[in-house]
Unconditional design. Structure first.
Length: 203
């Protein structure tokens, strides 16, 4: 997958996996990684799917309606890519924390739904429930921060609430941060995510 890797100054810190929103690139979320932990290594990936020229991490049939078959395929593809990247860049495969926005948050959530140890943690900005009606793996030892908008027209509040419940039921520690700024990725939610990260992973 097209990506960039930036070696951090502290190899004990989790590798931050950056996953952009629809129409984004691997450069978009680099400022977030800096705010969350400037010492951490960064692996930033570009989605392999194009929708009218806009990169995404999986296909959708309509806004908010996912192509499940492609979602499953792309989730496996990303998980395999993480295995390869850990070898290539010599980092601990079990110590990755994803930071995703919108479509990137949805593929990060899908990694959690399909693979028990794909991620050590995840910061999900404006996510949805990637799939319904499936059994989740045991997510004990996985920490998730969800930032969501009460008035988000793209990713309704109910999606974040349901995602919280599904992940919590699977054993994950979940914290939800609410905003009233629609689908925007705001500085206040990034600051809240950074604070959450510092408590759980900063030492
Ligand atoms: C998705 O397709 O993943 C969601 O609708 C969010 C987005 O538009 O990126």
């Amino acid at each position: 997958m097209k990506h960039l890797f930036k070696q951090g100054t502290n190899a004990a810190k989790p590798v931050l996996l950056l996953l952009h929103g629809t129409g984004g690139t691997e450069n978009d979320l680099l400022p977030l990684a800096d705010l969350v932990d400037p010492e951490a290594s960064v692996l930033s990936v570009r989605g392999n799917v194009l929708e009218n020229g806009m990169p995404r991490f999986f296909r959708r049939l309509a806004e908010g309606v996912f192509d499940e078959e492609d979602l499953i395929f792309r989730t496996q593809e990303l998980n395999d890519f993480l295995d390869e990247a850990a070898q290539k860049y010599d980092f601990d495969r079990r110590n990755i924390v994803a930071i995703g926005y919108s479509n990137g948050a949805n593929i990060a959530a899908s990694l959690l739904f399909h693979h028990a140890r794909a991620l050590k943690g995840a910061i999900l900005h404006h996510p949805m429930v990637p799939r319904r009606g499936i059994a989740l793996p045991d997510l004990t030892d996985t920490s998730v921060f969800i930032a969501a908008g009460k008035n988000d027209p793209m990713c309704p509040a109910k999606e974040a609430e349901d995602l919280d419940e599904l992940l919590t039921d699977a054993g994950a520690q979940v914290k939800v941060h609410w905003e009233m700024n629609g689908h925007s990725l705001t500085r206040t939610e990034v600051d809240a995510a950074a604070e959450w990260f510092e408590i759980g992973f900063g030492k």
